[in-house]
Write a protein that binds this ligand. Structure first.
Ligand code: ACO
Length: 430
């Protein structure tokens, strides 16, 4: 971990006539933190912070977000620059190693990805046991933890094997598992990975080749997939990354930790929102006659549980920088592919209504990454219930990098929040 912490002195907390002195420090981008680790020991009090709105759980070198102005950087590089100039595998390498790969490192990393791309043949039969309507996120999570049964040596999380070996095995096999899950869901034979194809091209080939069509990967689609996966690749201490680290903090192996992260990402308030955005847009057309005004009123009505999916973010209080790239890309990809999707027009209309409405402005609610990414996946031929799987494939290097950083953190402890008990005080059954 880099040594960029600056000591800023101390803060005082006074309660009930007693004052406690707490250290204050600053990170490399000037965020300040009060170190409250001694609070309970010295005062008997804990902090109360549901949803961890103000709780820093670690110091991290990986990703920086300034949600007030809409900045996102991986290892110091701006998300726009990475999406414009890099392949996903290079960004995966960057997240895990801290620097972009040189030519030789890129080649070795890519070769590792290819050599690990097959699933154990016995795992193929797992897919047969799930019903056709199984959500692919459930299958993906099960496949992630199943990998630990095939590589039992990795159940011991302390084994320091070659990191690239571990990383590429997960990145590559989870991509294969995702494509197999899709093929199973439509009743088609699986397509094996091919060593001549690059990471994204290989995935598209496994998804769309069939015994009766000679699928050729469209470079527009492959480029779009690279960009989308880069946008998904990390987002510091979000819900799923925190789950990965929480599970890992108990000493659980990387596969088990990632499997839990996949389940967290599936939630509609998190990565699952990309699927729900499209379903919401479809419902607006079918059930609301495309009436955006009515939908906006529902979203504002506190007696209605409905929320606009793909809008709002815990950290971004301005336009999500990933959503900016995704919106630009969506228009570009659809134009290049000659796709005319009425949902895109509807999404734009909805966005304009959100940006013009005081309810959303006063709460700093803007479109997030999930608002436009699903529309692009849809144009690429990816089915709606696979959108969050795409997010999971993209987020894999971020989860791995966060897990590795957690494991190597000298201040790391098992994750174990406290609570304020509000139930009955002691009572007796007699
Ligand atoms: N539609 C309508 N109102 C909203 C929305 C929305 N999408 N999002 C937030 N609000 C309102 C809340 O009702 C609340 O209003 P209030 O102050 O009058 O009570 C206020 O904005 C703050 O919302 P919170 O739920 O407290 O904000 P929080 O930071 O806890 O939640 C979240 C963030 C979960 C992303 C929320 O904005 C949401 O549910 N968005 C829709 C789901 C979504 O798109 N999730 C994907 C996020 S990106 C990602 O995880 C990859």
């Amino acid at each position: 971990m880099s040594d960029t912490i600056k000591d800023l002195g101390t803060a005082e907390l006074t309660f009930d006539g007693k004052t406690i002195i707490l250290p204050v420090f600053e990170g490399s981008e000037k965020e300040k933190a009060v170190d409250i680790r001694a609070l309970r020991k010295e005062t008997g009090m804990i902090t109360y912070d549901p949803g961890f709105m103000n709780t820093g759980c670690c110091k991290s070198d990986i990703t920086y977000i300034d949600g007030e102005v809409g900045i996102l950087r991986y290892r110091g590089y701006d998300i726009n620059e990475l999406a414009e100039n890099c392949e996903f595998v290079d960004v995966a390498y960057l997240l895990v190693h801290g620097s972009l790969p040189n030519k030789q490192q890129h080649t070795e990393f890519s070769e590792n990805l290819n050599s690990h791309s097959l699933l154990h043949e016995d795992m193929r039969h797992f897919f047969d046991a799930y019903p056709d309507h199984a959500h692919p996120m459930a299958t993906l999570s099960a496949m992630a933890v199943s990998l630990s049964t095939f590589y039992p040596e990795l159940e011991d999380s302390s084994i320091q094997e070659n990191i690239d070996f571990k990383v590429t095995r997960l990145l590559s096999k989870m991509r294969t598992a995702a494509a197999f899950a899709y093929k199973k869901s439509i009743g088609h034979p699986i397509v094996y990975p091919h060593h001549n194809l690059k990471y994204c091209e290989n995935f598209l080939n496994m998804m769309f080749r069939t015994p009766v069509n000679d699928y050729q990967v469209d470079p527009v689609v492959a480029t779009a997939l690279n960009k989308l996966l880069i946008l998904h690749a990390d987002h510091e201490q979000n819900c799923s990354a925190s789950v990965v680290k929480m599970v890992g903090s108990a000493g659980a192996n990387l596969y088990a930790s990632i499997s839990a992260g996949i389940c967290a990402l599936w939630g509609p308030l998190h990565g699952g929102a990309n699927q729900h955005v499209i379903e919401m847009l479809e419902r607006i057309i079918v059930e609301d006659d495309g009436d955006v005004k009515r939908v906006i009123e529902r979203a504002k009505d506190k007696n209605d549980p409905f929320r606009l999916m793909g809008v709002g973010h815990r950290v971004y209080k301005s336009y999500d920088p990933r959503a900016k790239v995704a919106k630009r890309m969506c228009k570009d990809v659809l134009a290049k592919m000659g796709v005319d999707d009425p949902l895109v027009e509807l999404a734009q209309e909805l966005e304009e209504a959100v940006l013009a409405d005081d309810y959303f402005a006063s709460r700093s609610l803007y479109p997030n990454i999930d608002f436009y990414t699903g529309l692009t996946y849809r144009a690429m031929g990816i089915p709606t219930d696979m959108f969050t799987v795409m997010f999971a494939i993209g987020r894999m290097p971020g989860w791995i990098a966060q897990w590795l950083e957690m494991r190597d953190d000298p201040h790391g402890r098992i994750g174990r929040p406290r609570q304020i008990y509000t139930g009955p005080t002691q009572r007796s059954v007699n």
